[in-house]
Write a protein that binds this ligand. Structure first.
Ligand SMILES: [Zn+2]
Length: 224
């Protein structure tokens, strides 16, 4: 059965200050069920925002296991215990490993509840009436994944720390790699339609087309 193209989900951004990390609340216009992507620090304010919008989280999707993208997992999970925590299989251990999630280097011990579901390339996570396609995108964190909503017009990428507006994720992390990061962007993001909207883990929203043309690291301007 072919599914009809669905409307682009509504996406609200909540920025937590310590790392200027973007948490996204994703839901369909006619539903109060939402997905929380990368719950970060300042979780009390995040919970207030969710209450203000009268949304009910039904899943937590993490792009990767770094502290600023998982710090709010526990708060969301304790309010909505049925919310599964979803993360790429290669980064799931970072939820519990304070060295690997980089909290120890920043001077504290941050542990998230463990993963409820570990996902791999090509899997679909269906939550809040939305299908999220998982793509593995190593380079910033070895088990990093992005979540693509292809049914939407325009399409949506919840992209974490891979591709930013005029930038890319750091690759000087313990398991980072420039070659892998570049390949992830070219093979997993730049093959999406130009009008696809990228919601990154830090900074402003952008589109695939704009970054293909203008991104100083991986865009046309970067090629010699
Ligand atoms: Zn990160």
């Amino acid at each position: 059965m072919m599914s009809n193209p669905a409307p682009t989900p509504r996406i609200t951004c909540f920025v937590s200050r310590p790392f200027s990390e973007n948490t996204y609340l994703v839901h369909l216009a006619d539903s109060t069920r939402c997905v929380v992507v990368d719950p970060g620090f300042e979780s009390e304010q995040l919970l207030e925002k969710i209450a203000m919008l009268r949304l009910t989280p039904v899943a937590i999707l993490c792009t990767h296991g770094h502290l600023d993208h998982i710090a709010g997992n526990e708060a969301v999970k304790s309010c909505w215990p049925d919310c599964p925590i979803v993360i790429g299989k290669g980064d799931a251990f970072k939820l519990r490993d304070t060295f690997a999630n980089l909290s120890q280097p920043y001077g504290f011990d941050l542990r998230s509840p463990p993963a409820d579901r570990e996902v791999s390339e090509g899997e679909i996570v269906s939550a809040a009436g939305i299908d999220f396609e998982v793509r593995e995108t190593p380079g910033h964190s070895a088990g990093h994944v992005i979540y693509v909503v292809r049914q939407a017009r325009p399409g949506v990428v919840l992209g974490g720390d891979v591709l930013f507006a005029s930038g890319v994720g750091r690759w000087d992390t313990p398991d980072g790699s420039w070659e892998e990061l570049e390949a992830s962007i070219r093979d997993k993001i730049f093959n999406l339609p130009d009008d696809t909207i990228v919601y990154p883990g830090h900074g402003e929203t952008t589109t695939v087309g704009d970054e293909k043309r203008f991104n100083p690291y991986v865009g046309a301007a970067a090629r010699r």
